[in-house]
Write a protein that binds this ligand. Structure first.
Ligand SMILES: CC(C)(COP(=O)(O)OP(=O)(O)OC[C@H]1O[C@@H](n2cnc3c(N)ncnc32)[C@H](O)[C@@H]1OP(=O)(O)O)[C@@H](O)C(=O)NCCC(=O)NCCS
Length: 343
Protein backbone atom coordinates (compact mmCIF):
# COMPACT_ATOMS: atom_id res chain seq x y z
CA UNK A 1 0.00 0.00 0.00
CA UNK A 2 1.54 3.38 -0.95
CA UNK A 3 1.78 6.20 1.54
CA UNK A 4 -0.11 9.43 0.81
CA UNK A 5 1.84 12.65 1.27
CA UNK A 6 1.28 16.32 0.56
CA UNK A 7 3.46 16.93 -2.47
CA UNK A 8 2.55 20.58 -3.08
CA UNK A 9 0.69 23.44 -1.44
CA UNK A 10 -0.70 26.73 -2.73
CA UNK A 11 -2.92 29.60 -1.70
CA UNK A 12 -4.60 32.70 -3.01
CA UNK A 13 -6.34 35.57 -1.25
CA UNK A 14 -8.09 38.39 -3.09
CA UNK A 15 -6.24 41.73 -3.02
CA UNK A 16 -8.85 43.84 -1.21
CA UNK A 17 -7.80 44.24 2.44
CA UNK A 18 -10.62 45.10 4.85
CA UNK A 19 -9.32 46.23 8.22
CA UNK A 20 -11.51 46.29 11.31
CA UNK A 21 -11.64 50.07 11.04
CA UNK A 22 -12.83 49.79 7.43
CA UNK A 23 -15.60 47.37 8.50
CA UNK A 24 -16.91 50.12 10.74
CA UNK A 25 -16.26 53.09 8.45
CA UNK A 26 -17.04 51.70 4.98
CA UNK A 27 -19.70 49.12 5.86
CA UNK A 28 -21.30 50.82 8.82
CA UNK A 29 -20.82 47.91 11.20
CA UNK A 30 -21.22 49.07 14.77
CA UNK A 31 -17.87 47.77 16.00
CA UNK A 32 -14.35 48.79 16.91
CA UNK A 33 -10.91 47.47 16.14
CA UNK A 34 -10.34 46.96 19.87
CA UNK A 35 -13.49 44.80 20.28
CA UNK A 36 -12.63 42.49 17.39
CA UNK A 37 -8.92 42.17 18.19
CA UNK A 38 -9.54 41.55 21.87
CA UNK A 39 -12.22 38.85 21.33
CA UNK A 40 -10.86 37.14 18.20
CA UNK A 41 -7.33 38.31 17.30
CA UNK A 42 -8.56 39.33 13.83
CA UNK A 43 -7.05 42.58 12.49
CA UNK A 44 -8.09 42.39 8.84
CA UNK A 45 -9.54 40.07 6.23
CA UNK A 46 -9.77 39.92 2.41
CA UNK A 47 -12.96 40.44 0.42
CA UNK A 48 -13.33 39.33 -3.20
CA UNK A 49 -14.78 41.81 -5.68
CA UNK A 50 -18.28 41.26 -6.98
CA UNK A 51 -18.07 39.04 -10.06
CA UNK A 52 -15.45 36.72 -8.54
CA UNK A 53 -16.68 33.26 -7.55
CA UNK A 54 -15.35 30.64 -5.20
CA UNK A 55 -13.97 28.48 -8.02
CA UNK A 56 -12.16 31.60 -9.36
CA UNK A 57 -10.35 32.00 -6.03
CA UNK A 58 -9.47 28.30 -6.15
CA UNK A 59 -7.76 28.46 -9.57
CA UNK A 60 -4.52 30.28 -8.59
CA UNK A 61 -4.28 28.32 -5.32
CA UNK A 62 -4.67 25.04 -7.22
CA UNK A 63 -2.19 26.03 -9.94
CA UNK A 64 0.41 26.92 -7.31
CA UNK A 65 -0.07 23.60 -5.49
CA UNK A 66 0.15 21.65 -8.76
CA UNK A 67 3.33 23.48 -9.77
CA UNK A 68 4.95 22.98 -6.37
CA UNK A 69 4.05 19.28 -6.55
CA UNK A 70 6.08 19.15 -9.77
CA UNK A 71 3.22 17.76 -11.81
CA UNK A 72 0.94 18.94 -14.57
CA UNK A 73 -2.80 19.50 -14.00
CA UNK A 74 -3.34 16.59 -16.39
CA UNK A 75 -1.58 14.26 -13.96
CA UNK A 76 -4.44 14.72 -11.48
CA UNK A 77 -6.71 11.74 -10.90
CA UNK A 78 -9.35 13.51 -8.81
CA UNK A 79 -10.47 16.88 -7.43
CA UNK A 80 -11.94 17.28 -3.95
CA UNK A 81 -13.36 20.74 -3.29
CA UNK A 82 -14.34 21.80 0.24
CA UNK A 83 -16.56 24.87 0.55
CA UNK A 84 -19.66 26.18 2.30
CA UNK A 85 -19.92 29.03 -0.21
CA UNK A 86 -20.04 27.22 -3.58
CA UNK A 87 -20.51 29.20 -6.79
CA UNK A 88 -24.09 27.89 -7.09
CA UNK A 89 -26.54 25.62 -5.28
CA UNK A 90 -25.51 23.00 -7.83
CA UNK A 91 -23.43 21.75 -9.50
CA UNK A 92 -20.54 21.79 -7.05
CA UNK A 93 -17.52 24.07 -7.43
CA UNK A 94 -15.27 21.09 -8.21
CA UNK A 95 -16.51 20.80 -11.80
CA UNK A 96 -16.05 24.54 -12.38
CA UNK A 97 -12.50 24.27 -11.10
CA UNK A 98 -11.86 21.27 -13.35
CA UNK A 99 -13.01 23.29 -16.36
CA UNK A 100 -11.04 26.40 -15.34
CA UNK A 101 -7.87 24.34 -14.93
CA UNK A 102 -8.26 23.33 -18.58
CA UNK A 103 -8.82 19.65 -17.87
CA UNK A 104 -11.80 19.48 -20.21
CA UNK A 105 -9.93 21.11 -23.14
CA UNK A 106 -7.95 19.77 -26.06
CA UNK A 107 -7.63 16.41 -27.75
CA UNK A 108 -7.10 14.43 -24.56
CA UNK A 109 -9.37 15.88 -21.88
CA UNK A 110 -9.05 14.56 -18.34
CA UNK A 111 -12.56 13.92 -17.10
CA UNK A 112 -11.40 13.11 -13.58
CA UNK A 113 -13.99 12.82 -10.82
CA UNK A 114 -14.76 16.08 -8.99
CA UNK A 115 -16.26 15.85 -5.52
CA UNK A 116 -17.60 18.70 -3.39
CA UNK A 117 -17.36 18.35 0.40
CA UNK A 118 -19.81 20.33 2.53
CA UNK A 119 -18.29 20.20 5.99
CA UNK A 120 -17.68 23.86 6.70
CA UNK A 121 -14.60 24.59 8.80
CA UNK A 122 -13.74 20.87 8.97
CA UNK A 123 -14.13 20.55 5.20
CA UNK A 124 -10.40 20.50 4.45
CA UNK A 125 -9.69 17.67 6.90
CA UNK A 126 -12.68 15.67 5.65
CA UNK A 127 -11.37 16.20 2.09
CA UNK A 128 -7.82 15.24 3.07
CA UNK A 129 -9.24 12.01 4.47
CA UNK A 130 -10.98 11.22 1.18
CA UNK A 131 -7.85 12.07 -0.82
CA UNK A 132 -5.43 10.06 1.33
CA UNK A 133 -7.80 7.07 1.35
CA UNK A 134 -8.01 7.12 -2.47
CA UNK A 135 -4.23 7.34 -2.75
CA UNK A 136 -3.55 4.63 -0.17
CA UNK A 137 -6.10 2.35 -1.85
CA UNK A 138 -4.19 2.74 -5.12
CA UNK A 139 -7.22 4.31 -6.84
CA UNK A 140 -5.45 7.64 -7.44
CA UNK A 141 -1.83 8.83 -7.65
CA UNK A 142 -2.46 12.57 -7.37
CA UNK A 143 -5.54 14.17 -5.82
CA UNK A 144 -6.08 17.92 -5.76
CA UNK A 145 -7.66 19.05 -2.47
CA UNK A 146 -8.98 22.60 -2.32
CA UNK A 147 -10.65 24.64 0.40
CA UNK A 148 -12.08 27.94 -0.84
CA UNK A 149 -14.65 30.41 0.39
CA UNK A 150 -16.31 33.64 -0.73
CA UNK A 151 -17.89 34.69 2.54
CA UNK A 152 -18.11 38.39 1.77
CA UNK A 153 -21.13 37.81 -0.49
CA UNK A 154 -23.16 36.42 2.39
CA UNK A 155 -22.20 38.55 5.37
CA UNK A 156 -24.78 40.84 6.92
CA UNK A 157 -22.53 43.90 6.66
CA UNK A 158 -24.73 46.05 8.88
CA UNK A 159 -25.06 46.86 12.56
CA UNK A 160 -27.41 43.85 12.93
CA UNK A 161 -24.89 41.32 11.64
CA UNK A 162 -21.80 42.49 13.46
CA UNK A 163 -21.09 39.32 15.49
CA UNK A 164 -20.79 37.04 12.46
CA UNK A 165 -19.69 39.63 9.89
CA UNK A 166 -16.60 40.55 11.92
CA UNK A 167 -15.23 37.03 11.78
CA UNK A 168 -15.10 35.85 8.18
CA UNK A 169 -12.97 36.52 5.10
CA UNK A 170 -12.40 35.17 1.58
CA UNK A 171 -9.58 33.00 0.30
CA UNK A 172 -8.45 29.67 -1.10
CA UNK A 173 -5.87 27.05 -0.15
CA UNK A 174 -4.92 23.91 -2.00
CA UNK A 175 -2.70 20.89 -1.78
CA UNK A 176 -1.87 17.90 -3.92
CA UNK A 177 -1.99 14.54 -2.16
CA UNK A 178 0.28 12.07 -3.94
CA UNK A 179 1.37 8.45 -3.66
CA UNK A 180 4.87 7.61 -2.45
CA UNK A 181 6.84 4.54 -1.39
CA UNK A 182 8.85 6.70 1.02
CA UNK A 183 8.25 6.40 4.76
CA UNK A 184 6.42 9.73 5.17
CA UNK A 185 3.07 11.37 4.69
CA UNK A 186 -0.41 11.38 6.20
CA UNK A 187 -0.20 8.94 9.11
CA UNK A 188 -3.80 9.20 10.21
CA UNK A 189 -6.93 11.32 10.00
CA UNK A 190 -9.64 11.41 12.67
CA UNK A 191 -13.11 12.80 12.05
CA UNK A 192 -16.27 13.33 14.07
CA UNK A 193 -19.66 15.03 13.99
CA UNK A 194 -22.43 15.87 16.44
CA UNK A 195 -25.71 16.70 14.72
CA UNK A 196 -27.17 18.01 17.98
CA UNK A 197 -25.28 21.21 17.16
CA UNK A 198 -26.67 21.50 13.60
CA UNK A 199 -28.68 24.65 14.31
CA UNK A 200 -26.09 26.42 16.46
CA UNK A 201 -24.21 27.77 13.44
CA UNK A 202 -26.17 27.61 10.20
CA UNK A 203 -27.09 29.55 7.09
CA UNK A 204 -30.37 28.15 5.77
CA UNK A 205 -31.16 30.44 2.83
CA UNK A 206 -34.04 28.18 1.80
CA UNK A 207 -36.23 25.49 3.31
CA UNK A 208 -36.66 22.59 0.90
CA UNK A 209 -39.81 21.48 2.75
CA UNK A 210 -41.61 24.58 1.42
CA UNK A 211 -43.39 24.72 -1.95
CA UNK A 212 -41.71 26.53 -3.64
CA UNK A 213 -38.67 26.36 -1.45
CA UNK A 214 -38.14 30.13 -1.79
CA UNK A 215 -41.30 32.24 -1.67
CA UNK A 216 -42.00 34.20 -4.87
CA UNK A 217 -43.94 37.44 -5.10
CA UNK A 218 -46.41 38.23 -7.89
CA UNK A 219 -43.59 39.38 -10.15
CA UNK A 220 -41.86 36.01 -9.69
CA UNK A 221 -39.11 37.44 -7.53
CA UNK A 222 -37.85 35.29 -4.67
CA UNK A 223 -37.91 36.56 -1.10
CA UNK A 224 -35.67 35.22 1.64
CA UNK A 225 -36.11 36.50 5.20
CA UNK A 226 -32.94 38.12 6.53
CA UNK A 227 -32.76 35.53 9.31
CA UNK A 228 -32.41 32.80 6.67
CA UNK A 229 -30.18 34.73 4.28
CA UNK A 230 -27.47 35.43 6.84
CA UNK A 231 -25.65 32.87 8.96
CA UNK A 232 -26.99 32.58 12.49
CA UNK A 233 -24.65 31.65 15.32
CA UNK A 234 -24.68 31.17 19.06
CA UNK A 235 -21.05 32.21 19.48
CA UNK A 236 -20.65 31.07 23.08
CA UNK A 237 -21.89 27.54 22.33
CA UNK A 238 -19.59 27.35 19.32
CA UNK A 239 -16.65 28.51 21.43
CA UNK A 240 -17.31 25.91 24.17
CA UNK A 241 -17.79 23.03 21.74
CA UNK A 242 -14.78 24.04 19.65
CA UNK A 243 -12.48 23.90 22.66
CA UNK A 244 -13.84 20.55 23.84
CA UNK A 245 -13.88 18.82 20.45
CA UNK A 246 -10.54 20.15 19.22
CA UNK A 247 -8.78 19.01 22.38
CA UNK A 248 -10.59 15.67 22.22
CA UNK A 249 -9.75 14.86 18.62
CA UNK A 250 -6.13 15.98 19.04
CA UNK A 251 -5.75 13.69 22.08
CA UNK A 252 -7.34 10.85 20.10
CA UNK A 253 -4.94 11.40 17.18
CA UNK A 254 -1.87 11.53 19.44
CA UNK A 255 -2.93 8.42 21.38
CA UNK A 256 -3.60 6.48 18.18
CA UNK A 257 -0.20 7.46 16.75
CA UNK A 258 1.65 6.84 20.04
CA UNK A 259 2.70 10.48 20.26
CA UNK A 260 2.85 13.12 22.96
CA UNK A 261 2.34 16.82 22.18
CA UNK A 262 6.13 17.23 22.52
CA UNK A 263 6.69 14.94 19.51
CA UNK A 264 4.83 17.40 17.27
CA UNK A 265 6.83 20.22 15.70
CA UNK A 266 4.00 22.43 14.43
CA UNK A 267 0.26 22.67 15.10
CA UNK A 268 -2.04 23.91 12.35
CA UNK A 269 -5.33 24.75 14.08
CA UNK A 270 -8.38 25.94 12.22
CA UNK A 271 -8.40 29.76 12.29
CA UNK A 272 -11.78 30.69 13.78
CA UNK A 273 -10.65 32.64 16.80
CA UNK A 274 -7.11 33.19 18.06
CA UNK A 275 -8.44 33.06 21.63
CA UNK A 276 -9.89 29.55 21.05
CA UNK A 277 -6.52 28.35 19.79
CA UNK A 278 -4.52 30.05 22.55
CA UNK A 279 -6.88 28.62 25.17
CA UNK A 280 -6.48 25.08 23.75
CA UNK A 281 -2.69 25.49 23.60
CA UNK A 282 -2.62 26.64 27.20
CA UNK A 283 -4.95 23.85 28.39
CA UNK A 284 -2.85 21.06 26.92
CA UNK A 285 0.57 22.63 27.26
CA UNK A 286 1.56 23.57 23.72
CA UNK A 287 4.09 26.40 23.46
CA UNK A 288 2.79 29.29 21.35
CA UNK A 289 5.92 29.01 19.20
CA UNK A 290 4.52 25.74 17.82
CA UNK A 291 1.17 27.28 16.92
CA UNK A 292 0.93 28.54 13.34
CA UNK A 293 -1.54 31.44 12.95
CA UNK A 294 -2.66 33.82 10.24
CA UNK A 295 -6.15 34.72 11.48
CA UNK A 296 -4.82 38.22 12.22
CA UNK A 297 -4.54 38.83 8.45
CA UNK A 298 -7.33 36.75 6.94
CA UNK A 299 -10.03 36.18 9.58
CA UNK A 300 -11.86 32.87 9.36
CA UNK A 301 -11.72 31.53 5.81
CA UNK A 302 -13.50 28.31 6.86
CA UNK A 303 -12.41 25.36 4.65
CA UNK A 304 -9.49 27.42 3.34
CA UNK A 305 -7.79 28.19 6.67
CA UNK A 306 -5.62 25.10 7.10
CA UNK A 307 -4.43 24.80 3.46
CA UNK A 308 -3.62 28.55 3.41
CA UNK A 309 -1.67 28.12 6.67
CA UNK A 310 0.23 25.11 5.27
CA UNK A 311 1.12 26.92 2.05
CA UNK A 312 2.29 30.06 3.84
CA UNK A 313 4.32 28.08 6.37
CA UNK A 314 5.96 26.04 3.62
CA UNK A 315 6.74 29.06 1.47
CA UNK A 316 8.23 30.99 4.40
CA UNK A 317 10.46 28.02 5.28
CA UNK A 318 8.83 27.46 8.68
CA UNK A 319 7.32 24.12 7.64
CA UNK A 320 10.13 21.82 6.54
CA UNK A 321 10.55 18.31 5.24
CA UNK A 322 10.88 15.83 8.12
CA UNK A 323 8.68 17.77 10.55
CA UNK A 324 5.80 16.09 12.35
CA UNK A 325 2.69 18.22 12.15
CA UNK A 326 -0.82 18.09 13.58
CA UNK A 327 -3.85 19.72 11.99
CA UNK A 328 -7.07 20.23 13.95
CA UNK A 329 -10.39 21.76 12.93
CA UNK A 330 -13.89 22.34 14.26
CA UNK A 331 -16.91 23.81 12.53
CA UNK A 332 -20.61 24.04 11.87
CA UNK A 333 -22.49 20.77 12.06
CA UNK A 334 -20.87 20.33 14.53
CA UNK A 335 -18.04 18.64 12.69
CA UNK A 336 -14.39 18.25 13.60
CA UNK A 337 -11.21 16.52 12.53
CA UNK A 338 -7.48 16.07 13.05
CA UNK A 339 -4.59 14.80 10.95
CA UNK A 340 -1.06 13.73 11.85
CA UNK A 341 1.44 14.16 9.02
CA UNK A 342 5.16 13.49 8.61
CA UNK A 343 5.96 16.31 6.20
C1 LIG B 1 -18.22 35.61 18.24
C2 LIG B 1 -17.57 35.87 19.60
C3 LIG B 1 -16.26 36.58 19.41
C4 LIG B 1 -18.52 36.75 20.40
O1 LIG B 1 -17.99 36.94 21.68
P1 LIG B 1 -18.96 36.86 22.97
O2 LIG B 1 -18.16 37.23 24.12
O3 LIG B 1 -19.58 35.51 22.93
O4 LIG B 1 -19.96 38.01 22.64
P2 LIG B 1 -21.56 37.96 22.62
O5 LIG B 1 -22.03 37.35 21.33
O6 LIG B 1 -22.07 37.40 23.91
O7 LIG B 1 -21.86 39.49 22.58
C5 LIG B 1 -21.48 40.33 23.64
C6 LIG B 1 -21.81 41.74 23.24
O8 LIG B 1 -20.89 42.16 22.21
C7 LIG B 1 -21.64 42.66 21.11
N1 LIG B 1 -20.92 42.39 19.87
C8 LIG B 1 -20.97 41.28 19.11
N2 LIG B 1 -20.18 41.42 18.04
C9 LIG B 1 -19.62 42.65 18.15
C10 LIG B 1 -18.71 43.36 17.35
N3 LIG B 1 -18.20 42.86 16.21
N4 LIG B 1 -18.35 44.58 17.75
C11 LIG B 1 -18.84 45.12 18.88
N5 LIG B 1 -19.71 44.50 19.67
C12 LIG B 1 -20.08 43.27 19.31
C13 LIG B 1 -22.96 41.94 21.19
O9 LIG B 1 -23.96 42.63 20.48
C14 LIG B 1 -23.20 41.90 22.66
O10 LIG B 1 -23.69 43.14 23.06
P3 LIG B 1 -24.81 43.23 24.21
O11 LIG B 1 -24.16 42.68 25.44
O12 LIG B 1 -25.09 44.70 24.27
O13 LIG B 1 -25.95 42.42 23.73
C15 LIG B 1 -17.32 34.54 20.35
O14 LIG B 1 -18.54 34.02 20.85
C16 LIG B 1 -16.68 33.52 19.48
O15 LIG B 1 -15.61 33.71 18.96
N6 LIG B 1 -17.32 32.35 19.32
C17 LIG B 1 -16.84 31.34 18.43
C18 LIG B 1 -17.21 31.73 17.03
C19 LIG B 1 -16.57 30.86 16.00
O16 LIG B 1 -15.49 30.40 16.18
N7 LIG B 1 -17.28 30.65 14.88
C20 LIG B 1 -16.80 29.90 13.79
C21 LIG B 1 -16.72 28.47 14.13
S1 LIG B 1 -15.93 27.57 12.94
Amino acid sequence: MPNAYISGTGFYVPPKVVTNDLLAKEYGIDTTNEWIVQRTGIEERRFAEEGVGTSDLAVPAAKQAIERAGIDARDLDMIVFATLSPDHAFPGSGVYLQRKLGLCDGDSPKFVPALDVRNQCSGFLYSLTVASSMVQAGTAKHVLVVGAETHSAALDLSARGRTVASLFGDGAGACVVSATDEDRGIRGTYLGADGRGADVLAQRVWDIKKRPFIQLDEAGVGHVPASDLWAQMDGKQVFRNAVERMIGVLMQACADQGLTRDDIDLFFFHQANLRINQYIAQQIGIGEEKLVSNIQRYGNTTAATIPILLAEAEQSGRLKRGMKVAMVAFGSGFTWGAAIVDW
